[in-house]
Design a protein around this ligand. Structure first.
Ligand SMILES: C[S@@+](CC[C@H](N)C(=O)[O-])C[C@H]1O[C@@H](n2cnc3c(N)ncnc32)[C@H](O)[C@@H]1O
Length: 371
């Protein structure tokens, strides 16, 4: 047995032993560690309730009500449609999560997490759409046994249901496209902070949704030519959003499926923002090859998405995205080195990796077509 395996077996033997816990909880040197470990374990046990309370706070509009200022608890009951006892229980729970806080005079105010969430409409939208994910996770063992997919998350993402999604209808892509547009704004600047686009002439954002990322690029790189490539139904929806931000003439739009046809040429930078993790390895490899073929010599590919192993990735990537993508039925979170190997297999060289300051564990990778 290796030293590591021996140490893990020894540690686990102690941790699984109730007598050791009783000893540790009384021994002054171990007491704080024992208490912190016990807290962590119960925190983990209670985690699903935290998410449900968060979801209910968003659904009831509690944060918006408190954004008007602190309110006596009894005034909140009629506004939220809750009787006194459930209201008290709910407010204790939201205070425990720092979504709200009880002031000394007894009024209820926004808590620090509540205020931060109020300032992030994309995250609120994401929390609302989790109802579907909760239903898939209602029987997580069944989800694992069937190998993923087959539930509400997979139906939500029209392109996760079929091999060639070019024929997806507007109604099928509307909800996810809106969700993506609302959540893209929050990290687009973080990506551009670590990889400025000034050296490039023309950027094509593949799977660019309704053009939210390109809208931020347009502001930061005024002379860069921009192309949006996505499914025809998504590109159609993008027109309204781009028109609203005065970008309809600046962004060229191309509808198509990257899994069914060659990509347009002419861009010296092609971006994949939150795309790679949605797809299985053969699709990703084919997409990298298609991008390589569409780029000129010296052209580059830019990838940005939550990556495993990025400093600070921790639970959000390892737990949330792993299960989310399993529920989608395709894709997986990959480390920068796994993505790098696939880029090399497609012919790319000079692979560079950056970490963004985004709240999510976003990694940015750039690689070049050298010949
Ligand atoms: C997770 S969303 C990311 C959208 C956008 N890049 C962002 O970060 O907001 C994935 C996008 O890829 C698009 N997509 C999926 N499969 C595609 C395909 N075969 N061809 C073109 N676009 C596709 C979807 O329509 C969707 O807009």
């Amino acid at each position: 047995m290796s030293v590591e395996a021996r140490w893990v077996a020894f540690r686990n033997g102690l941790l699984a032993n109730p007598a050791f816990h009783r000893f540790a909880a009384r021994f002054p040197l171990f007491k704080p560690i024992a208490q912190a470990e016990a807290y962590r374990l119960f925190d983990l046990t209670a985690g699903f309730v935290y998410s449900q309370v968060l979801g209910a706070a968003v659904e009831l509009g509690l944060l918006e009500i408190l954004a008007e200022g602190p309110k006596p608890a009894e005034n909140l009951g009629p506004q939220l449609g809750l009787a006194e006892a459930p209201l008290r229980a709910f407010l204790r729970a939201t205070a425990g999560l720092e979504l709200t806080e009880c002031l000394r005079d007894g009024r209820i105010a926004l808590g620090s997490q509540g205020a931060a969430l109020l300032g992030d409409p994309g995250l609120k939208r994401m929390i609302s759409h989790h109802r579907k994910f909760y239903r898939d996770l209602d029987d997580t063992v069944a989800l694992l046994r069937r190998g993923g997919g087959g539930g509400e998350v997979q139906s939500y993402w029209a392109y996760a249901r079929v091999t060639d999604p070019s024929g997806a209808k507007s109604a099928e892509v509307a909800d996810y496209s809106q969700l993506m547009a609302e959540t893209a704004i929050s990290f687009a600047d973080d990506v551009l902070d670590v990889w400025p686009l000034t050296p490039y002439r023309k950027l094509m954002d593949v799977g660019g949704g309704e053009g939210a990322f390109l809208s931020v690029v347009a502001r930061r790189a005024p002379s860069l030519k921009l192309v949006l490539f996505d499914l025809p139904a998504v590109v159609e929806r993008a027109e309204a959003r781009l028109a609203a931000s005065g970008l309809r003439d600046r962004v060229e739009r191309v509808g198509g499926s990257f899994s069914a046809e060659a990509l347009p040429t002419g861009a010296d930078l092609i971006s994949l923002i939150r795309i790679v993790h949605d797809h299985d390895d053969p699709v990703v490899l084919a997409l990298f090859r298609a991008i390589y073929a569409a780029l000129p010599k010296g052209g580059e590919i830019l990838i940005a998405e939550p990556m495993a192993g990025i400093a600070g990735a921790g639970r959000p990537t390892e737990v949330y995205f792993s299960l989310y993508l399993l529920a989608m039925g395709h894709g997986r979170t990959r480390s920068a080195s796994e993505i790098g190997d696939m880029l090399k297999a497609a012919g790319f060289r000079r692979i560079r990796v950056r970490k963004t300051a985004s709240l999510l564990p976003f990694g940015v990778m750039v690689a070049a077509r050298d010949n």
